[in-house]
Design a protein around this ligand. Structure first.
Ligand code: IPD
Ligand code: CA
Ligand code: CA
Length: 268
């Protein structure tokens, strides 16, 4: 019998192929909120993933972004983001993925992030390491923020209340640069394979973070809340990095929370 991870990989590949086909057709988008986009691709991909999960694991619960899931008492729960990076997708910007992760009795045990544009399958199983297209991956060896490339994101919901711009500025000054690729799962996968040293974001959902968090941890990295507290999947905030720059980043974050800025924003 295939493992949970093997089945998740198979489902992610199928859903990724569907997304890639729809991406080429430039399908229209609708608005879920003021700036929160959704497309037929989000819905079709979610239908496909849920159908496959129900067939393979009829007793498991599912939490899925577009609302197609259901709870059960099995102790198993899948987190599904059928299209992470919808805004990119809707604009023809080729950075998006499909991601799913499995939790057993509150612990993440398997996770997959598939980028169909680059044909990159990131997969991790608790205790068995993290992989990119079957090759073992690990976080980077950078020891200081000043030698790091980092990433962040800004959620589309309640964005006028998001405090991240203060963090963005200080991190941009403290590192080689801050990337904002528009797909939290890809950001996390890139931390896991050492392309980035760190990723942080305020206001994420469990389906954005579940697979990526397991990948980062299995690749030797560290995840926490913004003040160093243990990370909660129901978050909503996450700092994930290679572990070596975690304390230094938290120190910088705590200064920003106190309103102490190492580099003030320039006056216009
Ligand atoms: C979004 C992306 C984005 C992040 C947002 C997420 P979606 O997911 O991951 O990078 O900044 O917070 O909501 O809506 O495209 O699935
Ligand atoms: Ca998402
Ligand atoms: Ca999504």
């Amino acid at each position: 019998m295939p493992s949970y991870l093997e089945t998740a990989v198979e489902i992610a590949r199928e859903s990724g192929a569907l997304l890639a086909k729809l991406f080429d057709r430039h399908i229209p988008f609708e608005l879920k909120g003021d700036f929160d986009l959704v497309t037929e691709a989000d819905r079709s991909s979610e239908r496909l993933i849920i159908e496959r999960l129900k067939t393979h694991f009829p007793s498991h619960g599912i939490v899925a972004e577009e609302g197609g899931g259901h709870e059960t008492t099995s102790g198993f729960r899948w987190y599904v983001d059928p299209l992470d990076g919808t805004t990119n997708f809707a604009h023809g910007f080729p950075c998006f993925n499909t991601t799913l992760a499995l939790e057993q009795d509150g612990e993440l045990i398997a996770g997959v992030i598939y980028d169909p544009i680059r044909d990159e399958m990131f997969a991790a199983e608790r205790g068995a390491g993290a992989y990119l297209n079957h090759r073992r991956i690990k976080v980077s060896a950078a020891r200081r923020l000043e030698e790091s490339l980092v990433a962040t994101g800004f959620p589309s919901r309640k964005r006028h209340l998001n405090i991240n711009i203060y963090f963005y500025h200080q991190l941009a000054m403290a590192t080689h640069g801050v990337r904002r690729c528009g797909s939290a799962a890809i950001d996390l996968a890139y931390v896991a394979c050492g392309r980035l040293e760190a990723f942080w974001e305020f206001g994420l959902n469990p389906w954005d973070m579940a697979a990526g968090r397991l990948l980062v941890e299995e690749a030797g990295g560290r995840c926490s809340g913004m003040r160093g507290e243990p990370h909660q999947l129901r978050g909503p905030d996450l700092l994930a990095d290679n572990g070596l720059i975690h304390d230094e980043t938290l120190e910088l974050f705590s200064e920003i929370f106190r309103g102490e800025y190492r580099v003030p924003l320039p006056k216009i």
